[in-house]
Design a protein around this ligand. Structure first.
Ligand code: TRP
Length: 379
């Protein structure tokens, strides 16, 4: 795998080791998000977002071009997706929450791709029917975040192939096996479905005749590196990307929250007691071995998963977060107390989310892409 010698590995199908984001930016060839461009994004959005302030979104490709399109009146559209391998956890919600903010601030249309085919190919033992079932449940979480039904379309690969395939075919024609092998580390044993799949993930980039901006976990970047190589050869516009860091699993640091390990992730459907138990039993602590040492030396917020979840997702209020951070670092807040803060915040969020998620069941029809337009043979 390219770059494994740095002690960490990031591919669309797995993260190993503890990620050095400076090195990853170099390895992937993306740009750090900061300085003038970040200021411009905030100015055009008309407000700041805590995920920008805290570097949760840390890198980009061509964000400036998407903003140019916004300023010259053409606008950009948004696209992100989910491989339905299981329930939705907090890590999945990060780019979606940010995408919802972008939709509100820029009035952009949004496409959400559910890649049931991808997970059927890549997850041993998963049937296509199971992947479709997860896709439906994942879609509820997406809709629950409050996207505008008039401006948002959900795409399921095996359902909406008529829309996707002509675009995927054009992309696929320009990618050869060596390209995919270099990008993803495929071998002779890789399913041919996986080898083609990247073309399907590219397809939504070209659904509208203007640039797309994709908020996404940085692990998905390799797909769009290929898309960006191919786009000019097809006379199409390169996608712009804005990348978020990987959210650690409860046992963190290193790796990412994975949908295939129920005890390591906070799911959107977990009940209050499950949340409490998971956090108390599993959340990796940056605290000292005993309370006496903790009072004296304080805790390490950089590795403490409870603190990181508050920073990355559950506590948007900077002043409150700073109080928690200072208290924990100085030792006046113990690990038990910090966990209690996270449990409270997570359960408050989930209570509202789960209510909206149930309401979403009756709304899904308004979000699912309808494939109208030309049919063959013409009718
Ligand atoms: N491959 C992604 C996953 O496994 C799903 C996905 C499809 C996606 N299209 C996307 C993710 C666009 C980010 C942006 O989760």
């Amino acid at each position: 795998m390219p770059g494994a010698e740095d002690g960490f590995e990031v591919t669309p199908w797995g993260v190993r080791g503890s990620i050095d984001y400076d090195r990853l930016t170099e390895r992937f060839g993306t740009e750090r998000l900061g300085g003038e461009l970040l200021g411009r994004l905030r100015r055009l959005a008309g407000e700041d977002h805590f995920m920008l302030r805290r570097g949760i979104f840390f890198s980009h490709r061509d964000l400036g071009r998407a903003l140019d399109a916004h300023e010259d009146g053409r606008g950009f559209f948004l696209y992100t997706g989910r491989g339905p391998s299981g329930g939705t956890h907090i890590g999945h919600l990060v780019p979606w929450v940010f995408a919802k903010w972008l939709q509100d601030r820029f009035g952009a249309t949004m496409y959400f791709q559910l890649t049931d085919d991808e997970k059927f190919y890549s997850k041993k033992g998963m049937t296509l029917e199971e992947a479709r079932g997860h896709a439906y449940e994942n879609a509820l979480d997406f809709v629950a975040l409050g996207f505008d039904p008039g401006k948002t379309r959900i795409i399921l690969d095996t359902e909406h192939i008529r829309t996707l395939y002509p675009l995927a075919a054009k992309v696929a024609a320009k990618i050869n096996y060596s390209n995919t092998k270099a990008a993803f580390g495929f071998t002779g044993e890789t399913s041919i479905g996986m080898i083609f799949y990247t073309a399907l993930q590219s397809a939504p980039c070209f659904l509208e005749d203007r640039p797309v901006l994709i908020p996404l976990g940085v692990d998905q970047d390799p797909h769009f590196r290929l898309t960006r190589d191919v786009a000019p050869k097809l006379g199409l516009e390169k996608p712009a990307l804005i990348h978020n860091v990987m959210i650690p699993g409860l046992r963190g640091p290193g790796g990412k929250m994975s949908a295939s390990d129920a005890s390591d992730a906070l799911y959107t459907t977990d009940d209050p007691d499950t949340v409490k138990k998971k956090i108390n039993r599993r959340a990796f602590s940056g605290g000292q071995a005993d309370v006496e040492a903790h009072r004296r030396l304080g805790g390490d917020t950089d590795v403490d998963v409870s603190y990181q979840y508050l920073r990355m997702f559950f506590e948007p209020d900077d002043a409150k977060l700073a109080r928690i951070r200072d208290g924990y670092r100085s030792g006046s807040v113990t690990t038990g107390e910090l966990k209690a803060v996270l449990i409270g915040a997570a359960n408050r969020f989930l209570e509202g989310h789960q209510k909206r998620r149930e309401e979403a069941r009756g709304m899904l029809g308004r979000f699912v892409l309808e494939e109208g337009g030309a049919r063959w043979p013409e009718r």
